[in-house]
Design a protein around this ligand. Structure first.
Ligand SMILES: Nc1nc2c(ncn2[C@@H]2O[C@H](COP(=O)(O)OP(=O)(O)O)[C@@H](O)[C@H]2O)c(=O)[nH]1
Ligand SMILES: [Mg+2]
Ligand SMILES: [Zn+2]
Length: 433
């Protein structure tokens, strides 16, 4: 079957939109090293004039090529981007709020849960650009020694999580590396027959929190421009960074982040800064509320769980809708998620009212989701003084909820309790698959 290509696509590195016919190829002949937009060590990018019978380009030294690149920034374009639409979800938060741990636990659990409970295949669309995340997953979840103390390296402002390109000769522009995943209904999915049409590419960005501190954006480092294109903005709020929360938690938790290693950033300021960048990049007036939904991901719930009495925030709010013809649809219990969201909003209004005011000024549609990326507190490793977690103790709570709730807004991919009339049954324990 011939591949059906999109007429236009958007580069996940520099957000340039271009016709598929303009995509460049990456030379493979060893003599063709050195690309003007990248570096002397990168193979040349070129617009081909010769192709093999299979339709792949041949470079000027006669070698067959495989990989594609963006005509503007020359960074790699995964093949799947030519065929399926991309949805950007951006994750924002202050430094050390837990963005990288959240993304890592979330990616790991989405791989397990979307397959087992939602009949959706979740796979790396671009293994090269996902490598930092994959190695973080390995670090937290695939340790041979369960007693090992593990941790994630801090996301660098520049370096492995960012690419440097020369969009203008002699001027380096820093672009954030996207994480790209394909989401495709499997043969068990109720809409398996429409799988090709329903397949989407999910594009995530893990940003160093420093990029969101007011005043840090320069034209040469347009690292946060993806925000304006994001379908759902996820703001990671860390209660341990607030002195009033820390006071409430004294005696309830011995997490080092409440005492010795406490950090304090104004999270309302960073949220408002995020909102103003979205407005700036999408040409909106300063007082207008953002169009996309805002998810406030309230992290480290293992520390403050006891402040939210009456709701279970550990077991997943998912159900399975099993049809007679064998098809299945994973369903989000929206009622439960929204009840928890309301409770959490009340708690935050009581303790951090100015943050909630900032949220209400920012967006019309808001969901508050409690998550714990680790399910347990880190400890201070005596030899290094660093916060680390024992590998065997890691057991995330609700990390997939912000994403799966968002997927339920997409068409025909994930159900929700309000849409589903059918007999839904509680999901059996799908953890530890
Ligand atoms: N107790 C607890 N600590 C967490 C959790 N997630 C992250 N942390 C700690 O928070 C710190 C910062 O996390 P990180 O993801 O690197 O923050 P980022 O700068 O926002 O990417 C790390 O030292 C983690 O140990 C969690 O779910 N529970
Ligand atoms: Mg980070
Ligand atoms: Zn590009």
């Amino acid at each position: 079957m011939r591949r059906k290509l999109l007429p236009k696509l958007q580069c996940p590195h520099c957000w340039n939109k271009f016709p598929v016919a303009d995509v460049l190829w990456i030379a493979t002949h060893p003599d063709l090293l050195g690309d003007p937009v990248l570096s002397a060590d990168d193979p040349l990018r070129f617009l081909p004039s010769r192709f093999t019978t299979a339709g792949t380009a041949i470079d000027e030294r006669g070698s067959t090529c495989q990989s594609l690149a963006c005509p503007r920034c020359h960074l790699g374009i995964a093949n799947v981007l030519l065929e399926h639409p991309t949805r950007i979800l951006s994750i924002v938060g202050t430094p050390s709020s837990g963005k990288s741990y959240f993304l890592t636990s979330c990616a790991w659990q989405l791989r397990q849960k979307l397959g087992a409970s939602f009949a959706l295949a979740f796979s790396d669309a671009d293994p090269v650009s996902n490598r930092v995340l994959t190695s973080n997953e390995q670090q937290l979840f695939l340790q041979d020694d369960p007693e090992k103390l593990v941790f994630l390296e801090k996301t660098q402002l520049e370096g492995s999580a960012y690419d440097s390109v020369q969009l203008e000769p002699g001027q380096a522009t820093i672009l954030p590396q996207p994480y790209l995943f394909t989401i495709r209904p499997t043969s068990q999915h109720v809409n398996a027959r429409g799988a090709a049409k329903l397949t989407e590419v999910l594009c995530l960005y893990d940003n160093a929190g420093e990029h969101f501190l007011p005043g840090s954006e320069s034209p040469l480092s347009p690292t946060t421009q993806h925000l304006a294109r994001s379908k759902n903005l996820m703001f990671v709020f860390d209660p341990t960074q607030d002195a009033r929360f820390r006071a409430r938690l004294r005696g309830l938790s011995s997490d080092p982040q409440l005492g010795q290693l406490a950090r304090a950033f104004r999270q309302d300021v960073v949220l408002l800064e995020m909102a103003s960048r979205v407005r700036l990049h999408s040409g909106m007036p300063a007082d207008e509320k953002l169009r996309q939904p805002l998810t406030i991901v309230v992290t480290k719930s293992d520390i403050w769980e006891s402040l939210l009495s009456g709701e279970d925030i550990r077991s997943d709010p998912y159900l399975i809708d099993q049809r007679d013809d064998g098809g299945m649809l994973g369903v989000v219990d929206k009622g439960r998620v929204e009840r928890v969201s309301d409770l959490l909003e009340s708690l935050l209004t009581e303790i951090v009212p100015e943050f909630i005011s900032a949220v209400r000024d920012t967006a019309l549609r808001v969901l508050y989701v409690p998550v714990s990326a680790t399910g347990v507190s880190p400890q201070i490793e005596s030899s290094s003084g660093m916060l680390k977690v024992k590998a065997s103790k890691i057991d995330p709570w609700w990390v997939t909820v912000p994403f799966i709730y968002e997927f339920s807004r997409w068409k025909n991919v994930v159900g929700s309790t309000r849409e589903s009339s059918a007999r839904t049954s509680e999901i059996r324990n799908t953890d530890g698959v």
